[in-house]
Design a protein around this ligand. Sequence first.
Ligand SMILES: [Zn+2]
Length: 239
Amino acid sequence: MNILYKGENIEYSLIQSTRKTISIVVDSERRVLVRAPIQASRQEIQRVVEKKAAWIASKREAIAKCQTQKQELANGRKLWYQGNVYLLQICTETNSKDKEPDSCAEISDENIIVYVNQGQEEEIRQNLMQWYYCQARQWILQRVEYYNNGLKEYINRICIKDQKSRWGSCSSKRNLNFNWRVILAPPEVADYVVVHELCHLRHMNHSQEFWSEVAGILPDYKERRQWLREHGQKLMEKI
Ligand SMILES: [Zn+2]
């Protein structure tokens, strides 16, 4: 299907499903995708798309402009997630403002798709970081709970932080802090960070007792730690 806007013929593809509202997405290749409820008629959909023609045209123009400017967070930028490399794909969407923090981005095949409204670099970064923090929090809380099932240590608070050089820390108040970048590392490496900090609740040092506590939970902790020593720095790079 297509619309005419200021003499330009803009094609769009249509997917109808059991959703309630019509949404329009302009992807990083400037393609227009319209999602609509099954019961919506073609004319009805066409009317909605035509009303949004100016918005669609401006998004397509902005994307073309973005592609010629050099941006750090541009389409195709490599991003780590749980030990794998994905390619950033930026998607401008009509209703992206109403999105929950954990749905302002998503993984699809080899891409991390970030949904934005305007598409400036700051907005892309903000939405991507919001999503990373959400994923990090969910994953870390779940792993802390899993490993603390056996340890049964009292934890006061768990914080997810942005730290330049540390992966985690444990305070005398029994607060555990984790770097959000833990979510960039392979899960088995991230598990080592979780177990390391949990064991500090028993031993606030790096004594023999501390390391045997860690080894009791993760017998191969040395390999996991080695991965972090060798590859950790590249996960610390600025996004
Ligand atoms: Zn330590």
